[in-house]
Design a protein around this ligand. Structure first.
Ligand SMILES: Cc1cc2nc3c(=O)[nH]c(=O)nc-3n(C[C@H](O)[C@H](O)[C@H](O)COP(=O)(O)OP(=O)(O)OC[C@H]3O[C@@H](n4cnc5c(N)ncnc54)[C@H](O)[C@@H]3O)c2cc1C
Length: 386
């Protein structure tokens, strides 16, 4: 079987489906697209959080939102008022359902579940030839969203590793009006560790233990820490685990570390998603950035017939994230104090805009001013001597 396609999307997770949705919305002007997804079914495997901001995507689909966030350490506690930009949580099953429905409405898009790419695509005379389990096909362009293995991402400045349980307990233990963004454990020279607690009722919450560190932590390394976190919040009462989620997100990805293959250097082959620069380096947030990319990529396909990469962050933001990651990487014991300074010294609205990629110049200046000068100057000095 030989079928000609305008676009092959490899991997239909968050990035692949988000692009699929934007293309499906083009109706009869959409390119002819095949989405290859190796999973056979979508499960509720993750939740996406973001602050409600103008121009956000899927904000009306969210499961829950909080207008108060807590950031705390053993010594201090800061409450962030986010009533103007509530912190929202979207379960992946809602997103998958919505995306599948929208994609299904356009006959120009074909999503094949349970289909992995069998061999790497080959470029020949203006086409990418590839093989799936249902035959040989060719496409004019490819968007490849397959996540790279963490072992291949040696250039990541820092890793964000986390394990979380969505639990239900017997006694009222949570305040459903306030989420805990960061509850730091003891500062230490190995990692910055904190609990992330998202309660949706007095008896249920997603509790995650998160680590920022030089090397990623596997799920198995985080189990006992998460057990401690659960006990810290609900004591010794019985609880049920309703769902589990885990992740290892590269922060500050050095894409030049990934040895480029022929595919990487051809403008009709674009890598996208979490391991291709989708995540905000200093936070790991990627969901809304993926949505922005999906629009840009769909527009580029419509205008030029070529897919688009993730846009680079503008210079000041990129530099600030880079320096911040260097300081945390080299001085993890300073992590809790640095985050506490950020949240206690910068006005809530400013810090939320900054973290949501919507910062204005004064927001950046306030963030810079809130940071202690010595470790940052040391890092800047180190960089300037390289
Ligand atoms: C548990 C978890 C929680 C997260 N929470 C947040 C959050 O709160 N806020 C936020 O902004 N970001 C969050 N992120 C980060 C980011 O938004 C997600 O990781 C997001 O799913 C990344 O999208 P992606 O398309 O790059 O990867 P994925 O969504 O993982 O999609 C990749 C797809 O490729 C498929 N695939 C792989 N290999 C093949 C192959 N050979 N052939 C065909 N298909 C293949 C996979 O099956 C998968 O469906 C979270 C990540 C995780 C893991």
């Amino acid at each position: 079987m030989q079928t000609d396609l305008d676009l092959l999307i490899i991997g239909a997770g968050c990035a692949g489906l988000s692009l699929g949705v934007q293309l499906a919305k083009m109706k009869e002007r959409a390119p002819k697209v095949l989405l290859l997804e190796q999973r056979t079914v979508y499960e509720n495997d993750r939740t996406w959080c973001f602050w409600r901001q103008q121009g956000n995507f899927y904000s009306d689909l969210v499961n829950y939102e909080w207008s108060k966030l807590m950031v705390q350490s053993k010594k201090e506690k800061v409450s962030l008022d986010c009533s103007l930009a509530p912190y929202q949580i979207l379960s992946s099953n809602r997103f998958y359902e919505e995306a599948l429905q929208l994609i299904g409405l356009n006959p120009l898009l074909d999503l094949r579940m349970g289909s992995a790419l069998l061999k790497e695509p080959k470029w020949q005379q203006g086409w990418w030839y590839f093989e799936a389990d249902f035959g040989q096909l060719r496409a004019k362009s490819i968007v490849d969203t397959r996540p790279k293995a963490w072992q291949d991402l040696k250039g990541a400045k820092l890793w964000q590793s986390f394990l979380g349980y969505e639990i239900e307990c017997e006694q009222a233990s949570f305040d459903p009006n306030a989420a805990v963004l960061m509850d730091f454990c003891q500062a230490n020279s190995e990692f910055v560790g904190f609990n992330y607690v998202l309660p949706q009722s007095e008896k249920s919450a997603l509790i995650e233990f998160t680590v920022f560190s030089k090397q990623p932590y596997l799920e198995v390394d985080l189990v006992s820490k998460l057990d401690e976190s659960v006990t810290q919040y609900i004591g010794s009462q019985a609880y049920k685990i309703l769902r589990k989620e885990s992740g290892m997100i590269p922060m500050g990805l050095a894409t030049d570390y990934i040895s480029p293959s022929a595919a990487d250097t051809h403008p009709s082959y674009v890598r996208a998603g979490l391991t291709a620069g989708a995540a905000r380096p200093a936070t790991g947030y990627a969901f809304q950035r993926i949505q922005n990319w999906a629009i840009q990529c769909a527009n580029s396909l419509a205008q030029y017939g070529l897919p688009a990469n993730h846009a680079k962050d503008f210079f000041l933001l990129g530099k600030m994230d880079d320096i911040f990651l260097n300081v945390i990487r080299n001085n993890p014991e300073l992590g809790p104090a640095l985050f506490m300074a950020l949240f206690s010294k910068v006005n809530s609205a400013r810090v939320i805009r900054f973290l949501s990629d919507k910062g204005r110049l004064l927001d950046y200046l306030s963030v810079i001013q809130a940071m202690p000068t010595t470790p940052f100057l040391k890092d800047i000095f180190k960089i300037s001597r390289l």
